[in-house]
Design a binder for this molecule. Structure first.
Ligand code: COA
Ligand code: ZN
Length: 317
């Protein structure tokens, strides 16, 4: 096994996917404190905010402040979500090293989420790539542009999402210049068989372009889906501290897969994450106190680590 095979990148999305659904608006200082603590715990990839209009998600009215504050945190690779060109331009202005664009495989979901068809969002992505590549502003041409496909395993509005359609989108986004592909089960419909089959094909198509998965644990299959995606070759996973998160168009959706439990699973499988679970549990306590009444999930937080637990060792190259 090489380092590449046994290292898994955990990307914290609690500050974005988690916070977009909660009632309490955190201050920018609290959000940056959360980021700092996560980096200390070994989570160095964080989606720190979302560049959406403040009237759509008031929680992210401070997106530019949080993103520029995040850039000053040593060791943090900060990324932000953007739903359109305007969001990408705002992220470029701050100077983030990584921007995640999202569109939905389900046209119906895309219309509800970003008020345009999936085909129009694909065009938006091409415009974002062009805006980056043609920019004269310092550093902008070096920004990594990830493309995420939401509702890739099914949709609460449209129902079944055809695998062929997802693969065609992957192809189009790679062709357009995506530096990473994220496949998302936005509404918690995926099962391991479906994940294994789709992710094998996506990894084969992507070649050297990294592939990530974004799972929600709505129906209890989140971690089983992680194992299936690992089998297929995926080595990047979104997760959220305490399992915060949801989707405005997925009634009763629970949050993302829980960061603490995901790290526990991966380390138990011999996959090195560089993350200290004990530290995550401490951070979780602090964030839960900031967000009264919000549901925090997680088996490790409830039951603790087994006394037999041993973190995976980093494998030398
Ligand atoms: N950030 C800030 N302002 C933005 C913006 C962005 N990313 N995108 C558009 N705007 C502004 C426009 O400048 C315009 O302002 P004006 O009225 O002062 O001229 C206004 O918002 C409307 O612009 P328009 O392009 O017509 O957007 P829209 O109303 O069709 O909304 C989205 C499109 C994508 C901005 C909106 O649907 C959205 O934010 N969706 C994301 C929802 C989300 O966060 N989902 C969960 C994560 S996947
Ligand atoms: Zn999500």
């Amino acid at each position: 096994m090489t380092t590449q095979d046994s290292f898994v990148q955990i990307r914290e999305v609690g500050l974005r996917d988690g916070l977009q659904m909660v009632r309490t608006i955190l201050t920018s200082a609290q959000k940056l404190d959360w980021c700092r603590c996560m980096v200390d715990a070994g989570v160095t990839d964080i989606e720190v905010t979302s560049f959406v209009p403040p009237k759509v998600v008031p929680q992210f009215a401070d997106a530019a402040d949080v993103a520029s504050g995040a850039l000053k945190i040593d060791g943090l690779h900060a990324a932000a979500l953007v739903p359109n060109l305007k969001g990408a331009q705002r992220a470029f202005e701050v100077g983030l090293g990584k921007v995640h664009f999202v569109l939905s495989a389900s046209n119906e979901h895309n219309l509800k989420n970003v008020r345009r068809s999936t085909a129009e969002s694909v065009e938006d992505f091409a415009r974002i790539v062009a805006a980056r590549d043609e920019s004269d502003a310092p550093g902008v041409r070096g920004i990594e542009l990830g493309a995420g496909i939401a509702t890739a395993f099914g949709c609460t509005i449209a129902g079944k999402v055809d695998e062929r359609m997802v693969l065609d989108l992957v192809d189009t986004l790679l062709e357009a210049g995506a530096d990473e592909i994220t496949i998302a089960d936005t509404v918690g419909y995926a099962n391991p068989g479906q994940v294994r089959a789709l992710m094998r094909r996506v990894c084969a198509m992507a070649g050297s372009v990294p592939v990530a998965c974004h799972f929600h644990d709505t129906r209890g299959l989140g971690l089983a889906n992680v194992v299936a995606a690992l089998d297929a070759g995926v080595r990047r996973f979104d997760a959220s501290l305490g399992g915060l998160g949801g989707c405005p168009f997925a009634p009763n959706a629970t949050g993302n897969i829980n960061t603490e439990d995901t790290v526990f699973l991966l380390e138990s499988e011999g996959m090195h994450t560089g993350v200290e679970i004990g530290r995550l549990l401490e951070i979780r306590e602090k964030i839960a106190a900031w967000l009264p009444g919000e549901p925090f999930t997680g088996a490790i937080a409830r039951a603790g680590l087994p006394i037999t637990f041993e973190p995976a060792q980093a494998v030398a190259a």
